[in-house]
Design a protein around this ligand. Structure first.
Ligand SMILES: *Cc1c(COP(=O)(O)O)cnc(C)c1O
Length: 401
């Protein structure tokens, strides 16, 4: 059966507005559509395909495990899950791991754990959760309400309660909201969906200090920043603070759905038997792939390569801007980069994305004012160069109207 983009409107719930392009295969940082048109991939499936498309180590892990055992449920544990959990504890501050299937689910687990911890240790009055305006934590009702865009949580009836929002990088604003009734502060160590906003060093250290002062848990949502994206295995490792709970997903599976919540033994013990769970969470197939992802990404060469590629991207984007004057700044860290449009092009990020696709380049936006790049962490330099050439043509097209 021949399928086309039109079929989407016939058979899919209309909550997405996908592009007219239907990709059918990918290899490394290149993707081909139904008409065999080639694209350079600077989007990486929204910071997911950290090793590009069909990386041999991931294909091998998937096919090997696919011949052995796919799913058991948590009535039994399995070898890939145990090995993956051990690796995650070796690579981070964490001592305990809970597996889920997505970022939202990992965050849902983190928030439920924080509430249960506070209830057990301090009592029912300690239930306030604070997060930040423009933050994104997923689309379950709890996580979307904690997220900093009311538009995403409005219109679904009564919301989970006792959730407050401060401005990111505004320590005084956070301090004003906090008290001993604060149960947890959840934040991204670099806001992704919100527009590629880095935290100041003072802010991050200040959040940690306020959490310590009020016995509140610091939850880092590293769903987008984790697994090498910013040049460290996890972004917190370059920020000089350690969270109490960390969530990871997106790149963890390199394109296979998996999420995880990491924490200490002391906090983890409050998710007692039966308090939370997932049918698919920690299934052997997902865990085998994630294990292969960690084995490749945790290599120093790969992490150093991210820093090298960041410089390459920044120079290239700067060169384009010197010619066309469309960006106010290039920001972000590692391979989570944003070209923030200047006054003249404000609100037009989508136009750049559409023009880029016409010229054979996949990129993303982060809000209406920022063009976002989250390519594979191992994208070859010649693909960066070719992709930037295509992006330059797109910028030229938009600038010339
Ligand atoms: C993408 C994202 C999520 C949600 O992940 P899903 O897998 O879509 O549920 C949560 N937090 C952050 C920071 C993200 O970027």
């Amino acid at each position: 059966m021949q399928v086309t983009r039109e079929l989407f409107d016939d058979v899919m719930v209309p909550n997405y507005a996908p592009s007219a392009i239907i990709p059918v295969r990918g290899k490394g940082s290149r993707v081909w559509d139904q008409n065999d048109k080639e694209f350079i991939d600077f989007a990486g499936g929204i910071a997911v395909n950290c090793l590009g498309h069909c990386h041999p180590a991931l294909v091998q892990a998937l096919t090997e495990q696919g011949q052995k055992l796919w799913h058991l449920s948590n009535v039994m544990t399995n070898e890939p899950a145990l090995r993956l959990a051990q690796k995650l504890t070796q690579l981070t501050f964490a001592e305990k791991v809970y597996f889920a299937n997505s970022g939202a689910e990992a965050n849902e687990a983190a928030l439920k754990l924080a509430r249960r911890w506070a209830l057990d240790v301090y009592g029912a009055q300690k239930s306030q959760i604070i997060s930040f305006n423009k933050s994104f934590h997923g689309r379950t009702f709890f996580t979307v309400t904690v997220g900093g865009q009311a538009a995403y949580s409005d219109g679904f009836g009564p919301k989970p309660g006792d959730i407050a929002h401060a401005d990111y990088n505004d320590l005084a604003g956070l301090e004003a909201l906090m008290s001993d009734k604060t149960c947890a502060v959840m934040l991204e160590p670099l806001q992704g969906e919100g527009g590629i906003i880095s935290p100041s060093a003072d802010f991050i250290k200040g959040v940690r200090a306020l959490c310590d002062k009020h016995n509140a848990l610091m939850i880092f949502d590293e769903v987008q920043t984790g697994v090498g994206r910013t040049g460290a295995m996890y972004a917190y490792q370059n920020l000089g603070v350690t969270p109490d709970i960390l969530t990871t997903a997106k790149a963890l599976g390199g394109g296979f759905p998996i999420g995880a919540m990491l924490t200490t033994t002391e906090i983890a013990k409050h998710l007692k038997i039966g308090t939370h769970g997932s049918t698919y969470g920690g299934n052997p197939l997902a865990c085998a792939v994630a294990e292969a992802v960690l084995d490749v990404v945790s290599n120093d060469d790969v992490l150093r390569g991210v820093v090298k590629r960041e410089a390459f991207f920044r120079e290239g984007l700067q060169r384009i801007n010197d010619k066309y004057h469309a960006f106010a700044e290039i920001r972000g860290k590692g391979l989570l980069l944003g070209a923030a449009l200047n006054e003249k092009y404000k609100g037009q990020a989508k136009a750049f994305l559409v023009a880029a696709a016409e010229h054979g380049l996949m990129c993303l936006i982060a809000g209406a004012d920022v063009v976002r790049f989250t390519p594979s962490l191992v994208i070859p330099e010649q693909d960066i160069e070719l992709g930037l050439q295509r992006f330059e043509m797109a910028v030229a097209q938009v600038v010339k109207g």
